[in-house]
Design a protein around this ligand. Sequence first.
Ligand SMILES: NC(=O)c1ccc[n+]([C@@H]2O[C@H](COP(=O)([O-])OP(=O)(O)OC[C@H]3O[C@@H](n4cnc5c(N)ncnc54)[C@H](OP(=O)(O)O)[C@@H]3O)[C@@H](O)[C@H]2O)c1
Length: 242
Amino acid sequence: MNLDMMEGAALVIGAGGGLGAALVAQLSGAEGGSPAYSAVLGLSRSSLPAIDYGDEASLKTAAGWVAEQCAAQQLELRLLIVASGFLHGPEGQPERSFSQLDAGYLAHVLQVNAIGPALVMKHFLPLLPRQGRCIAAFLSARVGSIGDNALGGWYGYRASKAALNQLVKTASVEMTRRNRLSVCVALHPGTVATALSQPFAKTGLNVRPAQEAASDLLAVIQCLQPGDTGNLLDYQGLTLPF
Ligand SMILES: NC(=O)c1ccc[n+]([C@@H]2O[C@H](COP(=O)([O-])OP(=O)(O)OC[C@H]3O[C@@H](n4cnc5c(N)ncnc54)[C@H](OP(=O)(O)O)[C@@H]3O)[C@@H](O)[C@H]2O)c1
């Protein structure tokens, strides 16, 4: 593990989700491995402070809290992982056909998967250091790839992840101007056994436990280089088309 990393802090946003919780556990050594960072912070809708993508002020307050925590421990924030996301819920289900498109569902999926992470960029990317290695990783999805879309369906989720990928690419350009060693990527975790995938995890799919997926993602993150910035990579480190 890079020394800069070990001496720094890591933050997971969406820490209450299946993948978010597994990432926090692995980063803090709770799964038997040694802790990779000196401090691991998690934010979710039920943390203190809580974040809510519908309330930008909550993100501003939470970013201030993270800055205070890092300053108190004299640590730089070296890793930011955004593990929030929405596919199905009371707000609606992914569409099988354009006849099922629904404005309420579209607004919600875009809010959680694209607008929320964009506001996270606004309030949390300035906390990353201007010198030395630092990483911002946003959990995206292969189905957000326009080039890879052969199956159709899932209009809103696909569009929201494609929007996220563009936001990540755009932020990566700005981050490189700020710090040439920074890396900002979108990551596809594969199909993982969480509440998000549960109704759609058909037999025959390679559905991996969240701990395994978190371990794979952290291995990819550890190997990221500045030349990878702006890319969409999968959990094996392969670059996927946009
Ligand atoms: N599971 C898969 O097979 C799979 C496949 C491809 C991509 N992904 C992506 O991986 C990421 C993690 O997914 P997961 O499987 O861990 O899903 P999950 O268990 O359902 O967790 C979703 C997370 O999103 C947060 N969230 C949902 N609605 C929110 C809102 N309105 N405001 C703020 N946060 C909100 C939840 O927040 P709280 O912590 O506050 O509850 C939770 O942390 C997502 O971006 C997902 O699209 C997952």
